[in-house]
Each structure stands twice: as C-alpha cells, then as structure tokens.
Design a binder for this molecule. Structure first.
Ligand code: ASP
Ligand code: MG
Length: 465
C-alpha cells in the first residue's frame, strides 16, 4: 500500500515513544511505500508563538528562557533516542545550525521589536524543521534510510496569506508528486514537516494551527495514496467523550461528512480543511493511536454502510457556552438577521448555533463563553433600542450534538431523543437540525450535560457495535 502517516506533536514528545514509532515505521516500510508527516514536538509551536509576543515587548530575558527550553527539550530527546554516537552528533550539529538560524532571526527582530505576519510564519515554522530531523536520525539509528524535508522543500506552494495560507493545488501536485516519487524510487522514506509551505516568491507560509493534518492530506492527494493515517493519542473517533461515559467505544467506520461534523465537537480535532484534498480521489483516512498500533482505528471514507438500527453514531458535547436571545420588531423586516450577524462578525464573535422561529419574533444564537461579553456589548451598542428591543442572556449552557447520516429520513429519532431527555427531567432550551439531517443539536444547562450524554449513550445503545 501507498500510505501517508501523520504524527501529532504529542506522540513524538518523548524519546521512548519516538523509538517505538520509528521501529514501527521501519517494519511497515518493508511491505509498504510510506510517507511520514510530522508536527512539531509538543508545545514547540506554542513556545514559538509566545516568543513572537515577547519580541514585540522586547522582553529579551523571557525570549532567551523560552529558546533555552526548546533547545534543551530537543537535545534531550536526541540524546535519549539515539545510541550510535556518530548519528547522534550529526543530529545535534544539524539541530544546532537550526537553533543558530533561529537566534540570528530573533536578534534582528528584537532590534525592530516587531513581528510581521510573514516573519511570524518563518518563526513558527522552526518546530517542524527540528522534528523531521529528529525522526529521520532516529530511523537512521535503526538502519532505515529516510529523507527529511520541510513543507517548502517538498514543494507545497500557497498564496501569500500568511498564517492562513491557501494551497495552490496544481503547482503543488506537480512538485510534490515529483519529489516524493523520486525519493520512494530511491527507497528513501520521506519525512515531511507539516503545517508549512512557501508562496510563489519562496517566503515561508503556514496553514494555521493543526495544519499538519492538512499537509498530510495534501500529500496523500498529490501522490494518490491508498490511505492516510492520522496518528494521535486515541484509538479512533469515539461514540462519546470517555471522560463522560466510561462505556464510550471507538467507531469502526464513519463517512467524511460525519467525521467533519464530529471534528467540530470531538476531542481529537483535525484541521478544518483536511478532508478537502481527499474528496476527489476518495482517499480513505484512518484515525489511529500512534502508540497502540494493534488497533486499526476509525476508518473514514466517502460512504459507509449505515446500520439502520443505529441512525445515531455518536454524541458530542461542548460545555461552557452562552445563549443570547434577541427579541425585537423584526417580524417581516428584511435584513434584520444580516444586521445582527454583521454586528457580531465586526466584533470578532464566532456564532456556533442559530435559530429563528417562523413567527420571526426572536433570534437565538449560541456563542462560546469567552465571546459572550463581546457579543452582548456589540449588540447593545449597535442595535438595542433600534432594531432590537430586548436581549436575554443565559450563561453556562452545553451544546449536545447527535451525529449520524442514518438519521436522514429516519422517522422518530427526535421523539426518541427528547423522550429520553424528558425522563431525565432536563429542560431543552433550543433545538437545531440542519436540513442535511446529519446533526441534531440542542442546548441544555451545563449542569445537566454529563447525565444527558450518559443516558442518551445508554438508551441509544451506542456502546454496542
Ligand atoms: N505544529 C503546528 C501546531 O502546533 C501544526 C500541527 O501540529 O499540526 O499547530
Ligand atoms: Mg497537532
């Protein structure tokens, strides 16, 4: 099989895990053609982002201590995971040269005390530069020949929208397939740094946080891989959060559409654009555990056999949100919703759920708790007393989302679900179902969240395959 395998920063944050992973890769590469995509080692990107903040305040001392932490962490991993001295020293030399580049860049940036979006991308791209060299040298220590490449070196080309760059698919496909195929032909295992690309002028760009998932699916699409595996710290996508329901189980298979819905709510989150490159050739994805490779994980493909007895596949919950109920003289008035949502958008508020009843007497929206003050203030300042007569706020509410494509066209799901909730004596504050019928979501109080998730999970028999 032709496989693209992506590792997150957590799974490669300890030397013993890196050794285990590299042994697994070595074995796998005997019978498969594989391409590895790596995130930065856990917390490195966070530390680099912090450094950027301290450049602006010219806080040299804190920057130095963050740099020392990054250096110490990477060198410690290098020393602990490689026993052959020549290979270890070669790696340390390579890491040192990257650290020198990093320090040189920061010395310049500190003089000006400014980080532009372009230089920020250059700065935060260092995490993946370091991790690919570690993985490739650990493989060498195991006599497995690999080749480390950054996103720029593999040929990922993007626009110049630094921090949230968009892929230029045609040039990228030509570049990436040529680079990767020539390495595979030479029996070298490509180790590609995720998250990063370059614009047409060669400037480093990034895809935004968790961008390594996206890099991996881009590469899978460019080389027409048979499968892509996203290796993380869980065995796969789950029927519910195991911290809430102890009998939550790993889902065997879901569709791209279901996985995208679950992505918004689940614990294992994937980059929002990561499914896009897979759709054309319908390349299947597996969500797997980097350290429990016995488990085959969750298989995600274009369509799945839906079990008619199991229209709901999983229950996800997001706690700690705010509900805003907006009342006013909006009946029959055009443009009211547009004004409300543009006010919120201008205030930088992300709206998570919306509902309006056909009488048009109110619009209810749900936002994250951290956005609540901002949302209410902007509505009060801009619309209260004009379009809006009254704003009611309910804090500490949970969004519960039932996901499953089998709900489409199946009669009686909603009645069953709300019966279970009423048996729990829980009040439902708001209900939304999109016309795709893939997701039935409702709002309850945070204090009711765990018991509702538990009883829905039990009564819908989700713990049973
Ligand atoms: N290192 C980047 C981040 O932490 C990209 C990734 O991990 O996917 O967001
Ligand atoms: Mg990550």
């Amino acid at each position: 099989m032709k496989l693209v395998i992506k590792f997150d920063g957590c799974s490669i944050s300890k030397s013993e895990n890196i050794n285990k992973i590299c042994l697994y890769l070595k074995q796998l590469s005997i019978t498969n053609e594989i391409v590895v995509v790596c995130s930065a080692i856990n917390k490195t990107t966070d530390d680099l982002m912090k450094i950027a903040k301290f450049v602006e305040t010219k806080d040299k001392k804190t920057i130095n201590s963050l740099i020392s932490r990054i250096i110490k962490n990477h060198k410690q991993i290098a020393v602990r995971s490689i026993d052959k001295l020549t290979i270890r020293n070669k790696l340390i030399k390579k890491l040192d040269s990257d650290f020198d580049d990093l320090k040189e860049f920061l010395a310049g940036a500190l003089i000006i005390g400014e980080i532009t979006s372009r230089s920020l991308d250059y700065l935060i791209s260092f995490g993946e530069k370091l991790s690919i060299n570690i993985i490739s040298h650990v493989l060498l220590n195991l006599n497995c020949m690999s080749f480390p490449l950054t996103g720029k070196e593999v040929g990922i080309i993007t626009d110049s929208n630094f921090g949230e760059s968009k892929l230029l698919i045609d040039t990228t496909t030509i570049n990436v397939s040529r680079t990767i195929n020539s390495l595979l032909d030479r029996k070298l295992l490509p180790i590609v740094g995720g998250f990063v690309g370059a614009d047409q002028y060669g400037h480093i760009t990034t895809f935004g946080r968790r961008g390594s998932d996206y890099t991996a699916t881009i590469i899978a699409s460019c080389i027409r891989a048979d499968e892509i595996w996203i290796m993380g710290s869980t065995d796969g996508l789950m029927t519910a959060d195991p911290r809430i329901t102890h009998n939550a189980r790993v889902l065997k298979e879901v569709s791209y559409a279901e996985a995208s819905e679950m992505n918004i709510f689940g614990i294992q989150q994937i980059h929002p654009r990561a499914f896009e490159p897979l759709l054309k050739d319908q390349i299947p994805m597996r969500i797997r555990n980097a350290l429990n490779t016995q488990h085959t994980g969750t298989y995600i493909s274009a369509s799945t056999r839906s079990n008619i007895n199991k229209p709901v596949k999983c229950i996800n919950a997001i706690k700690h949100n705010g509900l805003i109920d907006i009342r006013g003289s909006m009946i029959g008035l055009q443009g009211t919703a547009a004004k409300i949502f543009s006010t919120l958008a201008n205030a930088g508020v992300n709206v998570m759920m919306i509902s309006q009843n056909p009488s048009e007497s109110s619009i209810s929206i749900v936002v994250q708790k951290m956005d609540l003050d901002k949302a209410v203030n902007s509505l009060e300042i801009n619309l209260l007393g004009k379009l809006v007569k009254k704003i009611d706020v309910t804090t500490d509410v949970s969004i519960i989302a039932l996901i499953g494509s089998g709900m489409r066209g199946t009669i009686g799901i909603a009645s069953k679900v709300f019966n279970i909730i009423s048996k729990n004596n829980v009040n439902v504050v708001m209900i939304v179902q999109g016309s795709s019928e893939l997701n039935l979501s409702f709002i309850i109080r945070d204090t009711d969240c765990d018991s509702v998730v538990k009883s829905l999970h039990d009564e819908l028999n989700l713990s049973i395959q």
